[in-house]
Ligand binder design. Structure first.
Ligand SMILES: [Zn+2]
Length: 271
């Protein structure tokens, strides 16, 4: 006896395709929630840039994305840490530092309320020559926070650190030029009476290539008082840190899905 018309059934390829779709797009969340042991140990440093009411591009994360990411990290028992902790104490096995580059005014407007609601500390890396101006190094320059906004952030528990003074590529500068730029950055924050941690996020993530040039560059940073420096790299950092001037960060992109964010948090870049 035939109960159904075989021709009306979906093909096995279609059914398999549905399962693959389900596993990749929906199952990943559940797998991560149940298999916390999958997460590699180490320090994760998240790198954000602009935040907006809706995601616009690679460098613009939406308020909803930021909130979902931070709440998920807390659910997964990650420990949010600060630069101050990194300098003065050993970190927990699954530490996360949240960082924002360029001190965009959108960070103040959109990210700060989320950070406060989620009780998550963060660091803002400030290109000090552009305080109260616009991001002249961008294709479409955006407003940069002024000193009053940075002061409010600091009073609300955000750390401030430097993203150089003039946002120039340090790989292209001489030791003398790097020294002058760093001195100007620290002097600007001191003149404005803004509290800061002696840490640097490399503009464009760039620093000199080659072992000899790199080691001379790092000596210059140390002489200028830089205690921690952060590049991009998109990998996790083993603890204790092998080199505090080569800390890697995970780039959080507005054009990535939540499962992509979760995979990045779990393992960083695989290849
Ligand atoms: Zn930058």
């Amino acid at each position: 006896m035939i109960f159904w018309d075989e021709g009306a059934l979906p093909s096995s390829d279609y059914v398999i395709g549905l399962w693959v779709y389900f596993i990749v797009n929906r199952g990943v969340v559940e797998v991560f929630n149940r298999m916390r042991w999958l997460f590699r140990r180490g320090l994760r440093v998240l790198m954000y840039h602009q935040v907006a009411s809706a995601a616009e591009s690679e460098h613009v994360v939406s308020v909803a994305q930021l909130e979902q990411q931070l709440r998920w990290l807390r659910e997964q028992k990650f420990h949010f840490v600060t630069l101050h902790q990194m300098l003065h104490q050993s970190l927990p096995a699954r530490a996360v530092l949240v960082s924002f580059d360029d001190a965009y005014a959108s960070m103040f407007e959109f990210a700060q309320p989320v950070l406060r609601a989620c009780d998550v500390p963060a660091v803002v890396f400030v290109p000090t020559a552009f305080i109260g101006q616009t991001s002249a190094w961008d294709h479409d320059a955006r407003p940069v926070m002024d000193a009053a906004q940075l002061r409010i952030l600091a009073a609300n528990g955000c750390e401030l650190a430097i993203h150089s003074h003039r946002h120039e590529n340090y790989a292209d500068l001489s030791a003398t030029q790097v020294t002058a730029d760093l001195h100007a950055a620290f002097a600007t924050l001191q003149r404005l009476a803004l509290p800061f941690v002696p840490a640097l996020a490399y503009p464009f993530g760039a620093r000199p290539r080659g072992a000899r040039a790199r080691s001379a560059f790092q000596a210059t940073l140390r002489q200028c008082g830089v205690r921690l420096a952060l590049r991009i790299g998109n990998r996790l950092n083993s603890l204790p840190l092998a080199n505090p001037l080569e800390i890697q960060r995970l780039s959080v992109r507005g054009d990535e899905t939540f499962p992509q964010f979760q995979r990045k948090i779990a393992w960083g870049k695989l290849f």
